[in-house]
Design a protein around this ligand. Sequence first.
Ligand code: GLC
Length: 376
Amino acid sequence: MNLEIRVEREAESLLVRNRKRVGRHVFTTPSDSEYRHQWLWDSCFHAIALRHFDPEMAEAELLSIVASQHRNGMVPHESKHTVFNIPVPYTSTVTQPPFIARAALDVYAISGNNVFLSQMFPSMHRYHQWLANKRELAGVINVVSPLESGEDNSLPWDSKVLFPLRKAYGFVAAHVPLMPNLTGLRSVTVTAIYADALSAMAEIAGILGDEGLAAHYIKKNKEVVEAMRREFRQEDGLFYHKDSDGSPVRHLTHAIFSPLFAGALSNEEVEQLVKEHLLNPGEFWTPYPIPTVAKSEPKFSPTAYWRGPTWVNMNWMHRRGLLRYGFRNEADQLLQKTTAAIGKNGFREYYNPLTGEGLGARNFGWSTLVIDMMKA
Ligand code: GLC
């Protein structure tokens, strides 16, 4: 059987197998062996893949996320729904990269279901207001815990400030109500995702006929993209995260490509970035790209969590960024190598960028995003 067709069939059956129902929640677990609850960005990615097989289930997955929204508008990064099989509405105190609006718009692009969009919109609007009030710092997103970045073991958290207590404290505070979050990272990737979400919100408001909010989100998107350039771009033209003390964290990570997803670069800047860094075999063009950390970084590890391995969700995002700027050939090579790693090793949590070996959890939900990559 042709590789693409096999991967597509396996993706569909994985998404059905990982499905769970708890009370009013219907969702997909990231992996039934290791992650049995619901996670925010995982569910967004599941919905984006699921829309190709079962748009109604994709809608249910997103409605389930917003059903866990806190009263103040925050959408928690993790919702347990059960503890020791007893239904308990336990949710965490931090959020995760805000992919909800993009996922809702993508699902709508297939279903054309305005009722679903109007069910989602009020919660999504409150969530984006909360993000603007509680997470924007100097116009960009300041994540307050490693868990909130989604890349909880990534190099930028190894900063001089409070290291190594910083990661440990962040983990605990994310799960214990009323513990203050003492750390922070102005994240290029999360800000790029936020900027994209604002433009998705503008489009959704327009579809629902709310011209006032559509204009608000268009303006907000423009402001965030400008802030990204102002805050993150350094003399070498690359965008680096900023630490809690405001200093750039100069590790070469896949985050340097995140501005493409937000449309924050000029065509010439993208051309240079692709040529010098993406297609550079000594940095990011490894046999199974894109490593989360450049091969040239002293701390690069091909197997350590978020410290080198290739993740399908990030490849999905960077492929969209490349396509936005017309880099079809590079985007297709990325797809082909991602499909090859999955074809050989199944849907794993992450992959060794040098050998393609599958690592971490098995039957991992968001790696089915490769299906969405195939369709665009
Ligand atoms: C890990 C990942 C996080 C993901 C979660 C569930 O904590 O770092 O990004 O959401 O697992 O898959």
